[in-house]
Structures are given as structure tokens and as C-alpha cells.
Design a protein around this ligand. Structure first.
Ligand code: RTP
Length: 155
């Protein structure tokens, strides 16, 4: 393994206002760190309605959309970029199914929440949407750094 940063897949992970208010930030980050994914960006932000509506633009015709936007703008969220092989799909495995009633024990949602409207976290669902969401939340760009643990995570 060389010391040069390796361009691996990236995903956008967000701890929703309920996750922040319930003090689950460290717990959620710890699960991504322990898995071996590398953090590339993180900030606590209170998003505007317009910003959140754009993030969830694909859902604008759903009947739960107004409630979703109200919930998601009710307090600060933790916006993060995580990096790793297969991290888009792998990150969603760590989060668990969208509906907590269907998410397996051992996953973040399976262990930490009950209601789909308070499901503590978001993860990009495809590489393309991940890059779009990263640009939306981190227009300033993300950190480039070399992790010393890389050769203990990848062959
Ligand atoms: P997310 O974007 O938050 O990771 O969730 P997802 O892709 O797994 O699910 P999606 O269908 O895109 O829904 C986005 C978020 O909307 C809320 N939701 N509420 N009340 C409801 O029936 C309902 N359905 C979805 C959830 O917070 C979900 O994560």
C-alpha cells in the first residue's frame, strides 16, 4: 500500500435532527469508524427549508413530504462524507432498512429507533446520488488525507 490517498467510493451520511437531539452522534460515527470506513468531511448545520427540499426533491410528490421537511429542518443535522470500498451500499447496511419496523437488530435503525418519521439517519442510495448529495452539502469540497490504518483495512 502506498502513502498516496486512494480514490475509493464516497457516500453522504446524515444524522437527522432526532439523532442529534437524542445524543446518538458518537454512537453512529463509531459504527462507521469501527467498520473501517474513513471520514472525509463532517459538520453540524441547521439546514434551510429550501436546502432540505432540494435534498429530498425526488420525494416532493409524496404525502409525507411536508412533514419530512418540517422534521428535517427542526434542528441541526450532522452532515458527513464517508469513504471506502462499496461504502454506498455498505453504509446503508449499517443504517438498516428505512422503516425501523423492518430494520434488523445490529443496524443503527434496528437498534436505535421505532418510527419511520424519526429514523435518525440518512444514507445515499447510489454512487450517482451520493456525489450529487456531497456537492449539495459540501460545496466547499472535502478533506484529502491519508489514513494510517488503511493497510490494516484493505489487502
Ligand atoms: P433516507 O433518504 O432518509 O436515507 O431514507 P431512504 O432513502 O431509505 O427512504 P426514502 O423513501 O427516500 O424516504 C426518505 C425519508 O422520508 C421519511 N419517510 N417517511 N412517513 C412515511 O411514511 C415516510 N416514509 C419515508 C423517512 O425519514 C425516510 O428516511
Amino acid at each position: 500500500a502506498s502513502a498516496a490517498p486512494v480514490a475509493r467510493e464516497r457516500t453522504y451520511i446524515m444524522i437527522k435532527p432526532d439523532g442529534v437531539q437524542r445524543g446518538l452522534v458518537g454512537e453512529i460515527i463509531a459504527r462507521f469508524e469501527r467498520k473501517g470506513y474513513k471520514m472525509a468531511a463532517m459538520k453540524l448545520v441547521k439546514p434551510s427549508t429550501e436546502h432540505m427540499e432540494e435534498h429530498y426533491a425526488d420525494l416532493k410528490d409524496k404525502k409525507f413530504f411536508p412533514g419530512l421537511i418540517k422534521y428535517m429542518t427542526s434542528g441541526p443535522v450532522v452532515a458527513m462524507v464517508w469513504v471506502g470500498d462499496g461504502v454506498v451500499a455498505g453504509g446503508r447496511v449499517l443504517l438498516g432498512a428505512t422503516k425501523p419496523s423492518e430494520s434488523a437488530p445490529g443496524t443503527i435503525r434496528g437498534d436505535l429507533c421505532i418510527d419511520v418519521g424519526r429514523n435518525v439517519c440518512h444514507g445515499s442510495d447510489a454512487v450517482e446520488s451520493a456525489e450529487k448529495e456531497i456537492a449539495h452539502w459540501f460545496p466547499e469540497g472535502v478533506a484529502e488525507w491519508t489514513s494510517h490504518s488503511e493497510s490494516w483495512v484493505y489487502e
